[in-house]
Ligand binder design. Sequence first.
Ligand code: PLP
Length: 389
Amino acid sequence: MEVCYFDNAATTRVKEEVLEEMFPFLSVEYGNPSSLYGLGRTARKAVEEARRRVASLIGAEAKEIYFTSCGSESDNMALKGLAYQNRLEGSDPTSAFTSPQKNHIITSKIEHPAILNTCHALEKQGFEITYLDVSKEGIICLDSLERAIKPETFLISIMFANNEIGTIQPISAIAKLAHSHGIYFHTDAVQAVGNIPIKVKQMGIDLLSLSGHKLYAPKGIGALYIKQGIEIERFLDGGHQEKNKRAGTENVAEIVALGKACELAEKQLPDYQKKLKTLRDDCLTQMRLRFPDLQVNGSMENRLPGNCHVCFPHVNSSELLYKLDQVGICASGGSACSSGDSAPSHVLTAIGVPSQLAQGALRITFGDFNTKQEVDFLVEQLTKIIWKK
Ligand code: PLP
C-alpha cells in the first residue's frame, strides 16, 4: 500500500539531493572538523559552507549561526542562555543593560512544548514568565504584549508560526516593540523556516530557532541564529566548538544535510509556497463541499501555505486517524509531540475551540512530495469514513 503522507509539520522526508550530499561525510569524509590534517580540514570546510547556506536562507551572517541537535535544543539554548547570562551580568553592578531585577520573560500560550517547558523550568529557578493569550484567530495582540512589558522584562519569545494551526505572528512589529523597550526578541521559527520568507535583519529578530527535519533534512540537526553582539551563557559544557557556545564534536553529515536543505529551500521558496497553497486550498474547498459544518481553526490570512487545520463536529479524531491510517493516509490530530494525549490541545483551548469540538480535530500539512491525486484520495476517504458513521 502506497503511503499518502500529510503530516509534514511533524517531520519531512529527506530529499535525495540532501542524502547525496551528506552521505560522504558518513563514510569516506569522516574527519573531525577540529583536526588540522586534510580529512579534518575537509570536514571543517563542509561545516562552514553549510553555515553559510543556513545563514543565507534567513538573511543572517554565517558567524551568527550555531549548530545544535534539534529545534528543542535551540529553544533551550536561546531562553536559558539569555536568562543565565542575564543573571550573570545582573550580579555585576556596573552592567548597563541588565540587573538582578531583570528576570521577566514574555511568551505566548500557544508555543511549542520546547518553549513552554523551558519556561516552566526557568520559573522553578526564580524567573517570572507571562504567557500571553492569543485571539480566536490564533494571533498575538500587540497591545496586550505592550501591557505585559515590565521594567524587569529582558526577553520576548514568540513563535514565528504555530505548529498546529499554522498561524503566523506579526514578527517585525513584535521585534520593534521589544526593541523600543530595550528587550531581546527570540522567535521559534521551526515551522516557518523554508516555508515562508524570513530575513532576520529586516525583521529585527535577535535570536531564531530552526530545525532540519521540518525542511527535508534528517532528524537530529538544528540551528540557532544569535545576532552578533548578543552574549548568551553556554549551558552545555565541554570543548570549544561553535565558538565556545555549544560543546560537542560537530555532527558533520547532518550539518551538511541541513546546509543543502537550506540551499534548496532558498532556491525553491516562491514555487514551493505556491505549490503548497494550491494543494491546501484545493483540499479545503473539497472538504467544505462535503462537510458544510466543518470548522477551520485559526486565521486563513496569516497562515503557513501548507497548513490545514479543521474540526469535524461529532467526529472522534483518534478513530478518524486510525481509519485513515488503515488506507495508508498519515495525518495528525494535533502536533506529533502531543499525540497520545487525550486532553484537548493547548492551542485549540487558547483560541477558544470548545473541548467537544476539539475532539474532532484534524491537521493536514502538505509538503513537496504531495500531489493533487493524493488530495483527491484523502477527501474521498474522509467522506467514506465520516459519512459512514
Ligand atoms: N518548535 C516548534 C514550533 C516545533 O514544531 C517543533 C517540532 O515539532 C519544535 C520546536 C521542536 O523541534 P525538534 O523536533 O527539532 O526538537
